[in-house]
Design a protein around this ligand. Structure first.
Ligand SMILES: Cc1cc2nc3c(=O)[nH]c(=O)nc-3n(C[C@H](O)[C@H](O)[C@H](O)COP(=O)(O)OP(=O)(O)OC[C@H]3O[C@@H](n4cnc5c(N)ncnc54)[C@H](O)[C@@H]3O)c2cc1C
Ligand code: SF4
Length: 551
């Protein structure tokens, strides 16, 4: 089997949605050609953390592993929101005056292109969407409902948890389960325990955060060693990124052909409306590939870009876009972070990143003010001495050294992620000026914070500050979406719905316009949920779509 034929289905993108769909299609006996734009990373070579500068190291960049992204309207820093402005006692130059355009953060949208997609640098939070999030319109009159419910996804969530090896504890937060977590929960580290104790006094329920990280050996993968570096790439393979889980198991079926460094540049619809073939640049060579069935899973930014790039004279607005919704309804990551110093706290740099979570009461009832808090000391870069020396401790010579020794392990960071309601000004389109190495327009992201988002940020800030104060912390720095666009979780640009006039794909992920085109990435989310990490839901939806393809 090769690019020229012999496959039953083509999948574009090997991240959360593409890998899960490919695995399921292979299970159903289909021969799958998976085209991935980025390179293959080798954990032993690429993720080693033994160099002296490991703290300054981000996720590795390899040739072809970063897409060029441009930014359109990201909104303005409104007067009257200065109480939400980012600040740092180290005086970082990130405080901008009201009236300035809101910039993209240092990372902006920088999801890696590579075999495994964004799961390569995710931290493995494995959340089910709250059942009420699927029925937001029905319950609150706001936003929209999903065209399916929690019960439709529940068995699939369980299957995904089994493939990834999710470690978790049974909780009472409304996400009912028909099966137990496959693995026992990870222990909470010292920072999480401090938050749990302080939160209990405020009636905040801090609990173990379920993780796609192995708490015991599972399916030939070792248990986590708590090195805490998940977003730099897991050197052990215990983190359930798509490359070591779905893709490895799909490969074992003998029915998967995975081609990396294969950038899909255009889709072609035939006269019958089906997608007949695609064009790709594979290791520098142009290829044309037939698409009997096409599963598109390039992520919520590249999926709309590819559909828009594929416009033709019959479909000048792009493929799958009779509704005009491709690229619209973009939802960024509404985030807040407060960091404080807690005298006497030791070892806050130890444990698993994001080990503890606290869901806001607004999750129940599907309210638009839903968010979550989580322990975020490690992800915020306070897991080694350089973070302290550059951000938290000042002085020179011996005084500096002893202050560093004294304070190390006593920083405590609380993160928050909240719901985003789609806005007409936010979306992904083609940049009219900027082009990539292939000469094609790059994706341009516009994303504006609404008054609703700003007031939710204020609530998130209040809850984060309250638990830190109760833990005895003195605030040292804060940062939020108010000052900079962030995008670890992005959704919505090829929304799912029952009505073809207002959505791009139907309730199982099939294009309303092209009967052999399915979309299985985060772009199909109708709503963002209240701060849940999305990969588990993306994967469950991908299994559902693949079952429908095979059916
Ligand atoms: C730092 C960080 C931490 C995160 N932490 C978590 C977490 O703890 N839990 C969680 O659930 N989520 C987390 N996320 C989010 C999560 O990783 C993403 O939401 C999820 O992976 C998105 O899945 P996807 O299938 O939509 O896209 P992706 O996983 O991004 O996959 C898209 C794939 O398509 C490929 N592609 C793009 N364009 C083309 C093209 N033209 N041709 C061929 N291939 C193409 C890309 O290279 C990529 O492999 C995190 C994200 C980041 C950045
Ligand atoms: S903490 Fe565990 S999952 Fe994360 S990188 Fe280290 S070994 Fe891997």
């Amino acid at each position: 089997m090769g690019l020229s034929g012999g496959h039953d289905a083509v999948v574009i993108g090997s991240g959360a949605g593409g890998a899960a769909a490919a695995w399921r299609l292979c299970q159903h006996g289909l021969r799958v050609l998976l085209l991935e734009a980025g390179p293959t990373f080798d954990p032993a070579r690429d993720y080693s953390l033994d160099s002296p500068g490991w703290e300054r190291q981000g996720f590795p960049v390899r040739p072809g592993s970063q897409a060029i992204i441009s930014y359109g309207d990201l909104g303005m820093l409104d007067a009257g929101t200065e109480d939400l402005a980012s600040w740092s006692r180290a005086g970082f130059p990130w405080r901008l005056p009201a009236g300035s355009p809101r910039p993209a953060s240092a990372n902006g949208y920088s999801h890696v292109l590579g075999v495994g997609g964004s799961t390569l640098h995710f931290v493995g939070e494995a959340h089910r969407l709250h059942p009420d999030a699927f029925r937001q319109r029905s319950l609150t009159g706001e936003n929209i409902d999903w065209p399916l419910g929690y019960a439709d996804l529940e068995p699939l969530y369980g299957e995904v948890e089994g493939v990834l090896g999710v470690a978790g504890a049974t909780t009472d937060d409304g996400r009912w389960r028909s099966t137990a977590y496959p693995l026992p929960p990870h222990p909470l580290g010292p920072g999480a325990l401090a938050l749990q104790a302080a939160g209990a006094r405020l009636h905040q329920h801090w609990q173990v955060n379920p993780h796609a990280v192995l708490s015991a050996p599972w399916q030939d993968r070792p248990a986590c060693n708590y090195c805490g570096q998940c977003s730099r790439g897991c050197p052990l393979g215990d983190k359930g990124s798509a490359d070591v889980t779905f893709l490895r198991q799909a490969g074992d079926t003998g029915r998967l052909t995975l081609v990396s460094d294969a950038i899909v540049t255009r889709l072609h619809a035939g006269p019958d409306g089906r997608i007949a073939r695609l064009e790709a640049i594979v290791a520098g060579r142009s290829e044309s590939v037939e698409t009997p069935i096409l599963v598109l899973a390039a992520g919520a930014v590249q999926t709309p870009r590819l559909l828009l790039l594929s416009a033709n004279s019959e479909m000048p607005g792009g493929l799958a876009n009779a509704s005009g919704q491709v690229g619209r309804n973009f939802m960024e990551t509404l985030s807040w972070r407060s960091v404080g110093m807690v005298p006497g706290l030791k070892g806050s740099h130890l444990g698993l990143p994001a080990d503890a979570i606290c869901w806001s009461p607004a999750q129940a009832g599907g309210r638009a003010s839903a968010f979550r808090l989580n322990h975020t000391t490690l992800e915020t870069g306070l897991n080694g001495p350089i973070g302290y020396a550059t951000r938290l401790v000042s002085g020179f010579g011996e005084t500096f050294k002893s202050a560093l020794r004294e304070s190390f392990g006593s920083a405590l960071a609380v993160g928050a992620i909240g719901q985003v309601i789609p806005d007409a000004r936010s979306g992904v389109d083609l940049d009219p000026a900027q082009r990539d190495a292939q000469g094609l327009p790059v994706a341009r992201i516009s994303s504006v914070l609404t008054d609703q988002s700003l007031s939710l940020l204020r609530e998130m800030a209040k809850a984060a500050r309250a638990v830190l104060a109760e833990a005895g912390a003195t605030l040292a720095e804060e940062a939020s979406s108010r000052d900079a666009f962030t995008a670890t979780h992005v959704f919505g640009t090829a929304r799912m719905g029952a009505d073809s006039a207002t959505s791009v794909v139907d309730p199982v992920g099939r294009s309303h316009d092209h009967s052999n085109l399915w979309i299985t990435d985060a772009s199909i989310f109708p709503t963002s949920g209240g701060g849940e990490s999305p990969s588990l839901t993306i994967m469950a939806l991908a299994l559902r779509a693949a079952d429908a393809v095979a059916g």
